[in-house]
Design a protein around this ligand. Structure first.
Ligand code: NIG
Ligand code: FE
Length: 361
């Protein structure tokens, strides 16, 4: 048996709820064989676990690990050139229309081998671990054809085997329409449901299936078709919903019992009510809007007042959120959305776990 006693912290934040006993002082935490065994008064626990190795917090704050429930952390190069274009005022969706955006990352990724992707990603995961993330969801979505979506998900699995944190894989074949299907969009949807989803399920490579539902990208009907095909293969739905313009993504996510509806910068009041009356978590990604130079953020207070569960994540990706820092996401949430820091920490830990259906794990 190995035991450690974490003591001398100014606060221990349990993240059970932002209200009741979430912030504990004069409290220690005992870990036995890698699992939390007790949280209690420092004096009592130092008697009970007298033989434990002492880990002193030196007055810092102890929180659960961050659960980053929305990332695109497996990619080739950063699209720094697009950041420069946006800084000059060209909008993200316009850059995408000009051949940049997600499709630029697709061209880049298709040229890279699975081994190369594993090698590029490992240091990026090390950076995120350094920032306190202990569980991270990673989406495919830069392959946009079966072989390259499989390449991404196999690389994610290999990375997961080599790092000391949990990685949750998501199929996002419906991230964009690849260039070769620009004028036959329904044919790409057919490819996803008849080829990509069955192939991914056969190798058990993903837990979730996600779609970027947005005007100009996947329609409501296409989104529904893809998510239902995913569900039929055991993949739990998630939706990139109402990011820039309202399209009813939050409403559809609630209707389909999705684990989460993500972004929500343009969610409607009906969408807020739909999420509040469902188990679907509202995942907020304020660092993306910050990187995009936007001043309008998701209506977090309305979501909380309505009774929705919120999660905070980074959206770490090569174009619109080029940082795996949960601290940055928390700072944006507090500075721009007026979230209380404790609410933000709960959303970045317990909220993220709910968005990944890991709250009991
Ligand atoms: O969640 N909105 C779509 N997908 C990503 C952006 C990915 C990219 O630009 O490469 C997002 O923001
Ligand atoms: Fe995303």
């Amino acid at each position: 048996m190995s035991a450690q006693l974490f003591t001398d912290f100014s606060q221990i934040i349990t993240c059970e709820s932002p209200r009741d006993n979430a912030v504990l002082t004069n409290t220690a935490l005992a870990v036995v064989d890698g699992r939390i065994a007790a949280i209690g008064a420092e004096k009592e626990l130092s008697h009970r676990f007298a033989d434990a190795e002492i880990v002193s917090g030196q007055g810092s704050v102890l929180t659960p690990g961050f659960v980053d429930s929305h990332t695109h952390a497996l990619f080739g190069r950063y699209r720094a050139d697009e950041y420069a274009m946006r800084a000059r005022g060209v909008p993200y969706m316009e850059i995408a229309r000009l051949g940049g955006g997600i499709n630029a990352s697709v061209t880049d990724l298709r040229h890279r081998s699975e081994d190369e992707l594993v090698d590029i990603t490992l240091p990026r995961i090390a950076e995120l671990i350094e920032g306190g993330t202990t569980t991270v969801e990673i989406k495919s979505g830069y392959g946009l054809r079966t072989e390259d979506e499989l390449k991404m998900l196999r690389a994610i699995r290999r990375v997961a085997e080599r790092v000391p944190i949990d990685i949750v894989p998501t199929l996002l074949a419906a991230h964009e329409f690849p260039a070769e299907y620009k004028s036959s969009r329904d044919a790409y949807v057919e490819l996803i449901i008849h080829d990509t989803i069955p192939a991914v399920a056969a190798e058990n490579l993903a837990v979730f299936c996600d779609v970027f539902m947005e005007p100009g990208v996947f329609t409501r009907e296409q989104t529904r078709t893809i998510l239902e095909a995913g569900s039929a293969h055991g993949l739990v739905p998630k939706v990139h919903a109402d990011e820039f313009e309202w399209s009813g993504g939050a409403e559809l996510a609630a209707l389909l019992g999705a684990a989460s509806a993500d972004h929500l910068g343009a969610i409607s009041d009906a969408g807020i009510a739909a999420l509040a009356n469902s188990q679907t978590v509202a995942t907020l990604l304020p660092a993306t809007l910050f990187f995009l130079g936007k001043t309008h953020f998701a209506p977090v207070r309305k979501l909380l007042d309505a009774g929705a569960t919120i999660a905070l994540a980074t959206d770490y990706n090569p174009g619109t959120a080029a940082s795996p820092s949960m601290q940055l996401a928390l700072t944006c949430a507090c500075s721009y959305m007026a979230l209380d820091p404790l609410e933000a920490i709960v959303a970045a830990t317990a909220g993220g776990a709910r968005a990944l259906r890991l709250e009991n794990g």
